[in-house]
Write a protein that binds this ligand. Sequence first.
Ligand SMILES: Cc1ncc(COP(=O)(O)O)c(C=O)c1O
Length: 445
Amino acid sequence: MMETGHPNTTKSKMPIDYSYFINALSSRRRPGITRELTKKLYNAPKETISLAEGMPNDGSFPFEAINVVLKDGSSYTLQGGELAASLQYLPSQGYPPLLKTLKEFTKYVHEPPNWRNTDVIITNGSQCGISKSIEMCIEEGCPILVQNPLYSGTEVVMKPFKPTLLPIDQDDLGVIPAHLVATLEQWKEKCTADPTIKMPKMFYVNPTAANPTGTTIPVDRKKEIYKICCDYNILILEDDAYYFMDFQDSKPVSFLSLDVEGRVLRFDSLSKVLASGLRMGWVTGPKQLIHNIELHIQSAYLHSSSLSQSITNNIFRVWGFDKMLEHFASVSNFYRIRRDLTISAMERHLKGLCDWSIPSGGMFVWIKVRNVPDVYEMLMTRGLKKHVCFAPGQAFMTDPAAACNYVRAAYSRASPKQIDKAMRLLAELIREEQQLLRRKLDNFI
Ligand SMILES: Cc1ncc(COP(=O)(O)O)c(C=O)c1O
């Protein structure tokens, strides 16, 4: 379906030892016997009598049928055995029909070259997969490579482990490979000088329409980054929550589709393209790592919502992959129109006050404010008084305590009229802030 262009990995290498990535805590996880039974009994012959599982009797549930009506007029009804399955406990890896669908869909979209050693697990949104994966690999105080700025939901997972975040700079095409190498080489020198220091094992990257910058990494750059990660034995955490919301003509080539070695954990999300409240996401990656994530999910919440999984599976069934992708494309187009009108509003109000790049997808524009070294107070105190709210750049930095002159604007929900007004108010705020700073400086002199 897509032109993947796998990177040339010239050296033939030893297979990856995944135990290198799994921390001591995670390596001690063992399957719960009753959870394993649930998995086995799901596919057992019909005549099997089970008194093994602690499942409630679904006959006691008060639901008779659930009708789902889609905006395009198609509909389906969950009833009988399917309704019972949609309301009952499930194996931790996911609702088997949906798991099969998502595996086929992932293969269809990404054509992963290492599919034989790859597995999938369904998660409560991609955030759940991201956090379980980080918690599988992280060690207290360890170094982690992250694109900077980064999605704040990742930083909050890492922070309690007091890691050393190694920020990798981005330009208009996302993460800069040369900076990745320079950072790794500098860190290697530290490791040589002090053998107690370890090399980073993970690189968190949000490659498509990134939150907050809106940048998409082109395939050539991805190949360079992938090669670097192979050379330094790094696991790529590919958070691609906006994969289907890239506005460019050709669909992005994912790290998963370049992954000949099996060093990518990919996080997909249906939050932005189906419904965020369904909490539907899935992780794709090396079998051993997926199995460890499954053990964590078993112990944390047994499995993701059965009803959400069943609803999602039925939308795939009713629409098929192509109609589903058509729907995603229409959502993407909705946001592209929003992006364009937001940029027009910014050109009307913010010219000379701010700089920005045009987002290549997603829901955000990342705005650099001129002559205001720190936007925090301006937005959080004076902005809220004017009844306008933007996210201060600090929220997305590896060091949120440092001064930051960036603002993130989400153009997803406000109406076009409200977006125009918000940009006008931001311009007002910036002018006032610049005046305030000038006055402070005059008084100081
Ligand atoms: C970059 C990024 N990754 C992951 C997520 C989490 O999404 P989900 O709703 O799938 O948990 C978000 C949510 O905004 C995000 O922006």
